[in-house]
Design a protein around this ligand. Sequence first.
Ligand code: ADP
Ligand code: MG
Length: 239
Amino acid sequence: MSILTVQGVNKSFAGLKALNQVNLKVEQGKVHAIIGPNGAGKSTLLNCFVGRLEPDTGTVMFDGQSLLNRRPHEINQLGVARVFQTPEIFPDLSLLENVMIPMRRLGRLDEASMTARATDLLGALDLGDLVRKRPDQLSGGQAQRVAIARALMQDPKLMLLDEPTSALDPKISREIMALIKEMAEELNVPCLCNIHDVKLAMEFCNKMIGLQDGVTMFAGPTADMNEAKLDEIYAMEVL
Ligand code: ADP
Ligand code: MG
């Protein structure tokens, strides 16, 4: 069963076709990678699912409802959580408070349940020891874990991640991708992840969509991806 079904999405910016008839299905319990060179349309695509951009044409169905013409907050409330490239950590708040921000906004849990859930999640993400640290003392990888904990706090039905590892070094990038995979499998939170690093995508993602100039060059299981197809997707770029 797919939680997100995207059909025939087109998006142009002043004559430049950023997305050209994009189709996509996100399945339960899997990590889906969107790969492709800079400017391929990866961020534009994700932005069409979170209320930041509206496609010119096409449909975006999430859990039986259209995501079009909705505000970001509303989409968030439906169960779509988002993790950005560089996590936004608020230095004046404690780590726990940082994790609880979206939950406060959604107003679903009382204070005690929220604190308990945030503490559990930080523990599950190996951040338990950091609870007493100041948020501005976190490393890049730790900050990204906090951002993932914050997204999971909302008990999302889908996680969208826009290049979650591009600001991290290779070792930490692998740890973050492993965490994302674990989350998809064990917590059954499907993920759709924009990722520039093909090796990481090949290792940690179950399915891949390869974009070039807004056109889908590949869509299928990672096992079906090969060097020749990658060369085609990244034709304009020296890997
Ligand atoms: P990627 O995330 O794959 O690097 P983007 O989705 O950011 O690619 O961009 C796809 C194309 O659309 C690029 O050519 C980019 O310059 C263009 N683009 C993206 N956002 C805008 C915008 N708000 N206004 C005009 N052009 C945009
Ligand atoms: Mg991008």
